[in-house]
Design a binder for this molecule. Structure first.
Ligand SMILES: C[C@H](N)C(=O)N[C@@H](CCCCN)C(=O)O
Length: 455
């Protein structure tokens, strides 16, 4: 997942370079970036969940890592000199001319990569749920997300340097993309090593099940997908997820410019403030996972995370324009980092508590699917609102971000409502969302007590 998240953002700091090198306009870059989610939104993710539950973690993980490598290779070829002047490039450039042939093929590669990446996301979640059932599951998920956030932070620093590495006078987008493609190969090999370990775990679990005289797990059926869609709890979690993440990932794209416009600072200073957001989340998510494993309070963490997000986005919308100071922006970014630790740390480990493990893959994939719809639509909506709120503004340092930030804050309010609803339902129906994942201590204590009374 580290290498996948690095590949996702490898081109983000190189937007101006790809524009001068290959003629990608900001629009073309936007279409290329949005391509990541397209096939997922049009149903691939649903299929991915079914494949995961039918075929298992090992097959699906290998398939998803291979898809990522294949997509990355297509994108690497598209931006390389090898592709320039080929018959395919000339043909691709001959229609929809504002989108160069290299951008079209790179977008196609990114689409394939995006299928693999999201498929890997659900596979990893199911694998962690299997490996850490009744143990430090939230900590393990928190560490996985922390590593991914470090990847985002790292690639923003490495990518521009790698672009200048071979020829500082003539930087190129090829070395960073080639580097990340090579990392994805390493990721595929790592997953193959994992499959061997996972086979061993299955053998151990099988032996244990036989020893305990357990019957085989019930098989996944296609009708389970319909059951998930019919579950009110599924929809509450999925809505909370799409509303919360739509106010985070799309915000990430606009955050640096929003800070520049409010504070009148350059891009580097804005990035220097903003980078504390993924780093803060990387530090705190495993710590909160550790807390959740031992103390519980998952639903409360979701509510707190949504509340913090509302406060931060309202600060960016209404307070920062009036009191434009770097410390205020920095404080709000740090608070948002805390929010971005609370919600993911509590959300993903809650799914195995409310969904049967035989269709856990489908449950994760359907939540991702709903989330991907929001992630693909909200950047466009925010762009439209930003343009409509700034008629006649041509200087990108002069945008008024009040309305887009109010829109993000309102997503937070809706996420909060779903969080409160979830907590109320949990209190009534006892799903265990507020309970810790680790029950060993309790069992050990009871065991010890029983031992003592027997003695
Ligand atoms: C964008 C992606 N669908 C997503 O939701 N990512 C989550 C992590 C989900 C858990 C993956 N094993 C994130 O917080 O980055």
């Amino acid at each position: 997942m580290l290498f996948a998240y690095m590949f996702v953002d490898v081109m983000s700091p190189l937007q101006s370079l790809i524009e001068t090198q290959r003629g990608w306009s900001p629009d073309a870059f936007g279409y290329y970036a949005g391509a990541e989610y397209i096939l997922n939104v049009f149903g691939f993710l649903i299929l991915a969940g079914i494949i995961l539950d039918k075929m298992g973690v090992r097959f699906t993980g290998t398939l998803s890592a291979s898809l990522m490598v294949a997509g990355a290779c297509i994108k690497l070829y598209a931006i390389s000199n090898l592709f320039q002047g080929t018959a395919l490039e000339l043909w691709l450039s001959s229609w929809w001319t504002s989108m160069p042939g290299s951008a079209k093929l790179a977008a196609f590669g990114f689409m394939i990569f995006g299928c693999g990446c999201e498929m890997a996301g659900i596979t990893v979640s199911k694998a962690i749920a299997k490996w850490f059932e009744g143990k430090e599951m939230a900590l393990a998920m928190g560490l996985e997300m922390a590593i991914a956030r470090i990847g985002v932070f790292a690639i923003f620093s490495i990518s521009p340097r790698l672009a200048e590495w071979i020829s500082p006078q003539d930087p190129s987008v090829v070395p960073p993309v080639a580097f990340c493609t090579a990392l994805l190969f390493i990721g595929l090999i790592s997953f193959m090593v994992f499959t061997v370990m996972d086979k061993k775990l299955d053998a151990q679990l099988g032996a244990k099940a036989l020893a305990n005289d357990e019957t085989a797990e019930e098989e996944f059926k296609l009708s389970d997908v319909a059951n998930i869609f019919g579950s009110r709890l599924f929809w509450i979690i999925a809505m909370l997820c799409v509303l919360y993440y739509s106010a985070i990932f799309p915000f990430q794209r606009y955050a640096a410019n929003m800070l520049q416009c409010n504070l009148g600072i350059d891009a580097t200073t804005a990035s220097d403030i903003f980078r504390w957001f993924p780093i803060g989340a990387a530090v705190l998510t495993p710590a909160l996972g550790y807390f959740l494993d031992r103390k519980g309070k998952g639903a409360t963490m979701l509510i707190l995370g949504a509340l913090l997000m509302i406060v931060c986005h309202l600060t960016f919308a209404l307070v920062l324009p009036k009191y434009p100071t770097e410390w205020l922006a920095f404080s709000a970014i740090v608070l948002l980092g805390i929010s971005f630790s609370l919600v993911p740390a509590a959300l993903w480990p809650s799914v195995p508590k409310i969904m049967d493990k035989r269709f856990l893959g489908s449950a994760y994939s359907l939540i991702f699917w709903v989330q991907n719809i929001g992630l693909s639509l909200f950047p466009i909506l925010i762009g439209v609102v930003l343009t409509a709120s700034n008629p006649g503004v041509t200087d990108p340092m002069k945008y008024d971000y009040t309305n887009p930030m109010l829109l993000f804050a309102s997503l937070g309010v809706l996420a909060l409502i779903f969080g409160l609803w979830l907590k109320t339902l949990d209190a009534k129906k006892h799903y265990g969302l507020e309970l810790p994942n680790i029950s060993d201590d309790k069992e050990e204590k009871i065991f010890e007590e029983e031992g003592r009374t027997q003695e």
